[in-house]
Design a protein around this ligand. Sequence first.
Ligand SMILES: Cc1cc2nc3c(=O)[nH]c(=O)nc-3n(C[C@H](O)[C@H](O)[C@H](O)COP(=O)(O)OP(=O)(O)OC[C@H]3O[C@@H](n4cnc5c(N)ncnc54)[C@H](O)[C@@H]3O)c2cc1C
Length: 411
Amino acid sequence: MRSVAVIGGGPAGAMVAECLSRQGFQVRLLDEKLAWEKPCGGGVTQKAYLQFPFLSDLSKPHAAIARCQLRADEAKPYQVSLQHPVLIYSRKELNQLLLDRATSAGVHLEQTRVTSVERSGAGWRLQCKKSSLEADYLILATGARNPFRRLGTEWDSSNAMLAIGYYLPVASSQIDLQFFSWLQGYLWLFPRGDHISAGICGKGASHGQMRAALERYLDDRGIAWEGAAFFAHLIPALETRHWQQNRVAGDGWLAVGDAAGLVDPLTGEGIYYAMRSGELAAQAVVGSRTRSDDASLEAHYTKLLRDDFVEELELAAKLARVFYLGETGLGTVPQRMIQFARHNSRIRQLLQDLVSGAQNYSGLRSRVSESLHARVLSTILKYLRGSYARLESAANDDHPQLPPDEAAELR
Ligand SMILES: Cc1cc2nc3c(=O)[nH]c(=O)nc-3n(C[C@H](O)[C@H](O)[C@H](O)COP(=O)(O)OP(=O)(O)OC[C@H]3O[C@@H](n4cnc5c(N)ncnc54)[C@H](O)[C@@H]3O)c2cc1C
């Protein structure tokens, strides 16, 4: 029986371990903390629970949130009802759920820190704090702070978002998102049962600037944060050029989840991509049983990723800057979308789908242009109707006025 060592028991490691164990591999999963409250919003979008239906199982400990309030800079907040709710998990609960599934599939879990890895014959030798082990394959699922720099994605600060925040004992039943025209990222409040995760993530701003913006936001809403548990972490957000040379696999090893940089660089969504890359890595290893060389394992995994979601993430990387920072002279995308959504049902629907993760990036451009096209047509029709009505009433009325909704459309 071939053996696999998985380092890291987050969503990526737990998923690849479960899948490989179900396929008859002898799998050992090593994590220094096992289930823990990893800094994270815990938001699980529609594409994740469609792919992994057990995530929306009502007996599992999560909240299903169908209301979201959006703000862009100082504009009035805009309330969106989500047709496809976002599920919010505490990360400790989510990790536990996934590790339980792995254990039931026969994975051997061990709470230990792996300190070094090296090639040993055709396999691997792992040194842990107090023991060592050997395995045929190595799966790296060590997250964004991967200590094994020779393996996994090679990234620097330009390929990461800083994420900081607080867990606050406040009850809420909606998601709040705030966008700022100075930040390539956003601020969030995610309700998680008896507390909220309040955080801000992004590129291009300092830790101090982001923390001050978050604390000001909380102060303005009367939410106390002083003395609360604070977190700071990194979210991989690879730049366009980095995707082309991203190092996700090599001689006898594969990287999954954050360790492979597999996060949406626009939204920071990583749980889905961690779990999905775990499934795909397992498929690649299972396929390699029938092949002889490791080069084909690497090539097979890279192709599976590319055919599945990597092109989407590359597109997200291309869009991220202009989405958040504008740079077209027409304002930022969140500002414009919120403004248009107030008057246009198609843009409203699109906004809902974006928040709930039901809209992919490849279909975004055509959907936006269709919606705007429809909006322009409806504006012209309204304008013509209004002009006709004004002509009719001109004989009796010296001071015709546009109806308020039409005036707003034409602004
Ligand atoms: C603040 C913040 C908010 C986020 N919000 C969301 C969100 O709402 N929705 C979403 O989809 N994504 C979100 N993300 C991204 C998401 O958290 C990650 O993409 C996801 O956790 C990646 O899973 P993973 O299994 O690859 O890594 P991780 O979940 O980071 O797991 C890595 C594991 O490896 C273990 N490990 C590391 N090194 C060693 C070692 N040497 N020996 C033993 N064990 C080791 C760690 O203990 C850890 O358990 C957020 C990220 C941050 C930072």
